[in-house]
Ligand binder design. Structure first.
Ligand SMILES: *Cc1c(COP(=O)(O)O)cnc(C)c1O
Length: 453
């Protein structure tokens, strides 16, 4: 009898996170202070010491605290699925597996780091965390993470989303978080923007600035980020370590691993634990998928840029479209960041990770076919990866090869049905690569002295 899902027991859940920094063939470039341009750590008023330590740790395995493991066990290990029905629908000899993170209460992988971050903050005496959210995926994960460790959670939610996408706001409020539409009258930056334009729709950049200002101004408060940083990617490696064990149980090993990249955390979580094998010569293609409307790795230069829109965060070496670039409003809100996790950029640079960009209409076409075969309605973000899985599976059909493909399915799309409706009624549109806007944004890169040899 053939199995369609590969299940680990709670006892088999990994007890450490995997830190790829221990295995990199070349070290990661440093973070630079936005003022002095000297190598720096994460700003201590914003991040607890334990997370700063993880950010730069060279230790290969970092133990997951028992309290965090206990909460992980509420929804982990997640299942690995074999997509027999999809393979049949595509008529491909490829074997398609997917690791599904949509079964966490927050609906995505983001809870894996939210829980860990809440724990370390709590342990260092922090009472309150702030963050920003666009459509609300990260905000809802952090709201739950904070609830589980009895921390207050303050979310600055981009004003247009606050009014247009109320369901995730209500979810966050149900878990006890305090949500304000950004720009808000509660911060200096918010008041300044409102005094210039009381109807400002807000932006992720403004919301970040508000969350950071709030955390800087209160001793009991720190700030929390849901992607990009090394410690966030680290926390997600529980996903890939589970997937690796489950693939073994399925008597399979991936020839190709595919995932979407916004800041890079869900995909890194899946593929990083396979990097040691790849460095030892194992042939695995690792394909990161991004939107054509915001293609940092496929089109951006590898250079120094601010991590945030306001230019207050450390300067990082990454593929970037420019920190002032505001991408078109594609439905995959989680894939609209101007840069990319330094770890992903570095691995791409070293030739270990490939990148592809895709348009949203074919993305939703694949997502609907996936939902009709496998039942799960994917979030728009991993739907980008599904499009590339289809391309690879169809290439196998042409060549007759039976490759094994592992898909990182980071979350469900139950709060994104508006986007599905637009696709199903023929209203969804593609956005061409906004070349002029990117060129404009790239003219505002910081001039980094270290590069001017
Ligand atoms: C936020 C989000 C992403 C994009 O962020 P990464 O850090 O690149 O993973 C992808 N998928 C889902 C479901 C998300 O919520």
């Amino acid at each position: 009898m053939k199995s369609t899902k590969f299940v680990l027991t709670e006892k088999e859940m990994p007890t450490s996170w995997y830190n790829v920094l221990a295995d990199l063939p070349e070290p990661l470039p440093p973070l630079l202070h936005p003022g002095t341009q000297e190598p720096t750590i994460l700003p201590p008023p914003l991040f607890p010491a334990a997370l700063n330590e993880q950010e730069f740790s060279q230790q290969r395995y970092i133990e997951i605290p028992e309290e965090v493991q206990d909460i992980y066990k509420m929804y982990r290990p997640t299942h690995l699925h074999r997509a027999y029905r999809l393979e049949k629908a595509l008529g491909t000899p490829a074997k398609i597996f997917y690791k599904y993170e949509g079964t966490s209460a927050a609906g995505s992988h983001k809870l894996n780091t939210a829980v860990a971050q809440a724990y370390y903050n709590k342990k260092e005496g922090v009472k309150r965390l702030t963050t920003e959210t666009g459509a609300g995926q990260w905000g809802s994960a952090l709201a739950l993470g904070c609830r589980l460790f009895d921390l207050e959670c303050q979310v600055y939610m981009v004003k247009v989303s606050y009014y247009q996408k109320p369901y995730r706001r209500i979810l966050m409020e149900t878990w006890g978080a305090n949500i304000v539409p950004s720009p808000s009258p509660d911060t200096n930056i918010g008041r300044t923007i409102l005094s210039q334009n009381s109807d400002s729709p807000g932006s992720l950049g403004i919301a970040i600035s508000e969350a950071v200002e709030d955390a800087f101004n209160r001793d009991d408060t720190k700030y929390s980020l849901g992607s990009v940083l090394n410690h966030v990617l680290l926390h997600q490696t529980i996903v890939g370590q589970e997937a690796k064990k489950q693939m073994e149980r399925a008597d399979a090993y991936p020839d190709i691993i595919v995932g979407c990249i916004g800041g890079g955390s869900n995909f890194a979580g899946v593929f990083l634990p396979f990097i040691p094998d790849k460095l030892k010569g194992k042939k695995i293609r690792i394909i990161a998928v991004e939107p054509e409307a915001c293609p940092s790795v496929t089109r951006g230069p590898y250079t120094w840029d601010y991590g945030d829109v306001a230019g207050m965060a450390p300067i990082v070496k990454m593929y970037t479209l420019g920190h002032t670039f505001i991408p078109p409003k594609i439905h995959a809100g989680g894939l609209r960041y101007h840069g990319m996790a330094p770890i992903i950029c570095h691995l791409h640079r070293l030739g270990l990770v490939e990148a592809k960009a895709v348009h949203q209409v074919p993305v939703f076409k694949s997502a609907v076919e996936f939902a009709r075969a496998e039942g799960i309605v994917p979030a728009p973000e991993p739907a980008h990866a599904i499009k590339v899985v289809f391309d690879e599976a169809l290439a196998c059909k042409e060549s007759g090869e039976s490759k094994t493909i592992l898909l990182a399915l980071s979350g469900h799309g139950h709060f994104d049905l508006q986007a599905y409706d637009e696709y199903l009624t023929g209203k969804l549109e593609d956005y061409e690569y906004p070349k002029e806007m990117v060129e404009e944004a790239l003219s505002h890169l910081p001039k980094v002295m270290a590069e001017m040899k």
